[in-house]
Design a protein around this ligand. Structure first.
Ligand code: CU
Length: 148
């Protein structure tokens, strides 16, 4: 088998696995999201949100976040004093990813209204492999710190 054939075969195999998805009976990524919160924002233009993603399966990636409560939600990381958008967030096999203040976070732009403490904002996390996960983001006081 020459290199090109090998590559084609590898691609075909990958595609086959992707199509088979959850029907293979093999356990996929097992995603759980804990402690989702949004510090009450100053304006409805922009807000951050944080949570922990736990995975008790093979590695996955968070690839998109949707909500009907804002024009746009993106994944940001903090680099020095600046925020940068990231396209996807790797989630390690049998591990967790923490979104927290000063680090990776969700960025809401153009919220429909200004959230205040005790509001709940519904979002849906979409993964490369796992089924989408609906998350209720609890709006907390500006200075709220989650228990570690
Ligand atoms: Cu940001």
């Amino acid at each position: 088998m020459n290199r090109r054939t090998a590559l084609t075969a590898a691609l075909a195999l990958t595609a086959g696995l992707a199509l088979a998805g959850c029907d293979t009976g093999e356990p996929g990524p097992q995603i759980q999201v804990d402690g989702a919160y949004m510090p009450q924002p100053v304006t409805q233009d922009m807000a951050g949100a944080f949570f922990t993603i736990k995975n008790s399966g093979p590695a996955d990636k968070l690839v998109a976040v949707t909500t009907d409560q804002a024009k746009d939600v993106t994944i940001h990381k903090t680099v020095g004093n600046k925020m940068e958008q990231v396209k996807e967030l790797p989630i390690p096999e049998n591990g967790e990813v923490r979104l927290e203040r000063g680090g990776t976070h969700l960025m809401f732009m153009g919220l429909k209204y200004k959230p205040t403490k005790d509001d709940v904002i519904g979002i849906e996390l979409q993964f490369a492999h796992a089924e989408p996960v609906k998350v209720s983001v609890q709006v907390r006081a500006v200075n709220y710190q989650p228990k570690k």
